[in-house]
Design a protein around this ligand. Sequence first.
Ligand code: IP8
Length: 258
Amino acid sequence: MLLVKLGGSVITVKSKYRTLRGPDLSRLARELAAGAGPDTVVVHGAGSYGHILAAKHRLGEGYDNPAQLGAVAQVQRDVRALDLKVLDALLRARLRPVAVPPSLVMRYHDGRLAVFDVGPFRDYLMRELLPVSFGDVVMDTKRRFAIASGDDVILELAKLFRPERVLFVADVDGVFTADPKRHKEAKLLEAIGPGALDSIAFATEATQDVTGGLRGKLLRMVEIAKHARDVRIINGLARGRLEAAVRGDDVPGTRVVG
Ligand code: IP8
């Protein structure tokens, strides 16, 4: 099995509310269609369709005031709007995508995952359809609601399916020793594991990202790597890399080891 996470920063402009990177999304869908086999699941991030409002209303911390409820409804609606764009792009690439919204298959309790129903993923895969899931607002039995990252979905799928390969498609080549957008001397790391996280100078971009920023994401990826043979972060803005990686070719990027 192949799990592909299309990062929110590669399919949207993360700083501009509900702004799609349409041409990149269409190209990535075509690259995926060119290389992916039938046993594939796609998960995408929320990007500017989720993080901006979720951060503004502190949805990741659970219920605090009634104004948040309007934001819960709006963010759920917005991430679905993004998901429709992703489904459209995959359909144009002649794949057979079907949505599996986390709000229908996941439930949290006090900020932690309590229920994950893998049934719809299994059922669609058996019928040669391509399950597509995403970062979403889900119900929490204590805090009323919680944010489920697409990476949380990937982790659960990895535990259950033990995939051959997991590809995290980002807007950079991989993990660097420092933020490559600000530090020219930053070096691309060929591999990272649990120990390597302390030697990375993390940027403080966590403010725009309600699901933990880069450090939180890497910790989750290391966890995911315990359940998959090959986990890689690759650059989805570099033409052809996703297609090559999906085919199993070696492309520049960072390998994640569990
Ligand atoms: O972009 C976040 O999902 P992610 C989900 O995969 C929301 O971390 C609603 C902000």
